[in-house]
Design a protein around this ligand. Sequence first.
Ligand code: ARG
Length: 456
Amino acid sequence: HAISFQLKQDSVVEEIFAGRGVIHFRVSRNLLKVLEQLCQERHKFGVKSELFDGLKKGTTVVEFSSPNIAKKFHAGHLRSTIIGNFIANLKESLGNNVIRVNYLGDWGMQFGLLGAGFQLFGCQEKLKKNPLQHLFDVYVQVNKEAENNEVIGQAAREFFRRLEQQEHQALLLWKQFREITVEEYQQVYKRLGVHFDIYSGESFHQQQAQEVVQQLQRRGLLKTTEKGTGVVDLSSAGDMSSYSTVLRSDGTSLYITRDLAAAIDRKERYNFDEMIYVTDKSQGIHFQQLFQILLAMGHSWAERCQHVPFGLVQGMKTRLGEVVFLEDVLDEARARMLRNMSQSKTTKEMVYPEDTAEKVGISALIVQDFKGPLGSDYKFDWDRILQAQGDTGVFLQYTHARLCSYDEVLYQSVQDLQPKHLVNFLMTLRLRLFSGVCTVLANGMKILGITPVEKM
Ligand code: ARG
């Protein structure tokens, strides 16, 4: 009796009462039902179909990551990669047909510089051994050189002109740069658990961009300025108080012209129901103008195009200094996590600690990034991100891992036939289950602006 009064009832253990030499626990049937359902549905659990019946299930194009060849992969590209992947996963889990597109920065004057630079400082051997590093080095060097050497600038313009005119030799070199870069990226995306259905890019829409300009002209939307550039008036008063430049005076296309062509091409190819672009918020006006021009051209589907902007990240560094490649970030996360794991007493023995360290390190990166509103800027801090306690990815993984270790406990018990392993496990499991639910509730309420009470 004394014991049964000390035990607390709750919504799971609905009733506790003492019998002769025994204590009875009545466990809520509802809970069992939920648990049963959870076991049956497993990964689909929680996605209530009735709730989403109203949502149209269609084809969604999600364009994300989109780094620039030979340039730095910065924190913004990392954010785009994980946020875009989240959106794609979410849409997919709700039954949409999702097309994941990586729109590479693989065209423009920078390839004039890179091509000219490679002819001067490039090395095929280094390119094969460490492509991203070598292309980046060449690009940095040629930029520096071009600052005080007129000839380099000329050579770059000349190389880009050859590219634009589809000259075989120039195109061959460009193609090599692109292919080698995509292969490298695919390896690193794999570490992140991210994949793409399509590696498109600005280069794909060179010709189409010119057609877009002609269409704009035919519709009377194109104006030529005194400087000889082609612009589209976007002001409501028609006074050019806001406009977008779509054609350089030398007749070449711009970033937005290629985006116009790319959007139209995707609509024709995939007939998507919606399209989502994920980039940092500095490109907000670009996408606003893009959608506005598409609408003006009569493409009403532009209403179903959306830009998802996110804030800037400051101070993402590794011990070697500035982050240049995506690989650097992943290596750093793994190395730091591995060190933390080796110093922690609770770390279990495992066959591939690097593999675990990498997965946990990445989840830490993701969780800290997703905690706030996507639009907010934040300061990057490895120590805070990789904390084992608190609302971190490490803790999330820890909880999951401990919940997974049930079999392991049975295995331990069968080794020495001691029941204590199982008892200890069940005790902590129960505690974890409730503290976990409590945390989920409290966090969710706090996000809504509600302060959770502990007694009422
Ligand atoms: N490559 C661009 C950058 O690094 C991002 C591309 C975004 N997508 C687009 N359709 N414009 O800034």
